[in-house]
Write a protein that binds this ligand. Structure first.
Ligand code: G
Ligand code: MN
Length: 295
């Protein structure tokens, strides 16, 4: 089916033929396993640190979906997310990541470690009628303040059907959630649409961060920071992989940094150790990170 789709809707290849191909076999397997994997809690929430660009202290995390399968090991969301979309399972995965995420947030708060959490939200979730009320109820149950949660919406989701989206985002910001426009600069948003969008943050896409050291790339990032500041939005750079890039972005006035340099996505247990280590130590985060977490 995947092969047929790739070759156009009228490809019509036979299953037996497809199953001869390793990659397609894996795709079929994954698609068939996904629903079970969700039920059996094989979808796990991992956490990647987000640091303040000035203090380099961890101030938050992004919750990310990971799937551990007994045959194929860790399956990347790049592989299973589109399939989840096809099968109408995106909402279930989003819900799993959210529940595990706030569970961990609650635990860390009880340990005296209060941090923010960013959660990726799909179009399907965003337009579930009870979305805002459901999130508020979950947070209330665990006594987690709404203000520590950022909902990440990709630029393409935010700008497609902007009128409808604007209403929903206004409801969410009014309730106290932060709204981050993810993958900023990669879609087709116009500045006037961005102006009307009730958001609080822009996530500068990794493709810009990678070019931070080239002259044009540097200018682009500075322009994005200026646009953000004109709209009173904070900036978070993703994909920061080395100290030099971190320094450059900080000089450009980017507010928060995320990327392998500060830490890869980790299990809840791993991230808890990371938090304890970083919040309790008096040394600047970056020196500790070098030896412990950058690998
Ligand atoms: O923007 P989005 O939420 O889709 O991106 C998160 C993804 O980016 C995660 O799956 C994470 O593993 C990946 N990622 C995070 N930091 C880095 C980094 O420094 N470099 C690269 N190449 N990928 C990263
Ligand atoms: Mn994201």
């Amino acid at each position: 089916m995947f092969s047929a789709k790739k070759q156009g809707r009228h490809g019509g290849r036979f299953f037996a033929e497809i199953a001869n191909n390793d990659q397609d076999r894996k795709a079929l397997y994954i698609q068939n396993r996904l629903a079970t994997a969700i039920k059996e809690q094989q979808i796990r929430t991992w956490f990647q640190p987000i640091v303040d660009a000035h203090t380099l202290r961890v101030v938050g995390c992004e919750a990310l979906a990971r799937w551990h399968d007994e045959t194929y090991g860790w399956v990347s969301p790049a592989t299973f997310s589109p399939m989840a979309g096809n099968r109408g399972l995106i909402r279930e995965i989003g819900q799993e990541v959210w529940q595990q995420g706030i569970g961990s947030l609650h635990r860390w708060s009880e340990m005296g470690m209060d941090i923010n959490m960013s959660v990726n939200v799909s179009r399907r979730q965003l337009f579930t009628p009870s979305f805002t009320a459901d999130l508020l109820e979950d947070l209330d149950r665990l006594a987690i303040p709404v203000s520590v949660v950022d909902l990440e919406i990709t630029e393409s989701v935010a700008m497609e059907d902007a009128e409808h989206t604007t209403k929903r985002l206004a409801e969410l910001t009014k309730a106290g959630f932060g709204i981050a426009i993810d993958d900023f600069g990669t879609g087709y948003s116009s500045l006037s649409q961005l102006h009307d969008m009730p958001a609080t943050k822009i996530k500068i896409d990794i493709s810009f961060v990678r070019r931070a050291h080239a002259e044009q790339g540097a200018h682009l990032i500075q322009a994005i920071v200026k646009i953000a500041s004109a709209f009173k939005l904070q900036t978070v750079a993703e994909g920061v992989e080395d100290a030099e890039t971190a320094q450059t972005l900080r000089n450009f006035g980017v507010n928060k940094l995320q990327g392998y340099h500060f830490g890869r996505p980790m299990t809840a247990e791993g991230f808890e150790r990371y938090l304890v280590d970083n919040l309790r130590s008096t040394e600047p985060t970056r020196y500790r990170l070098m030896s412990t977490w950058s690998g």
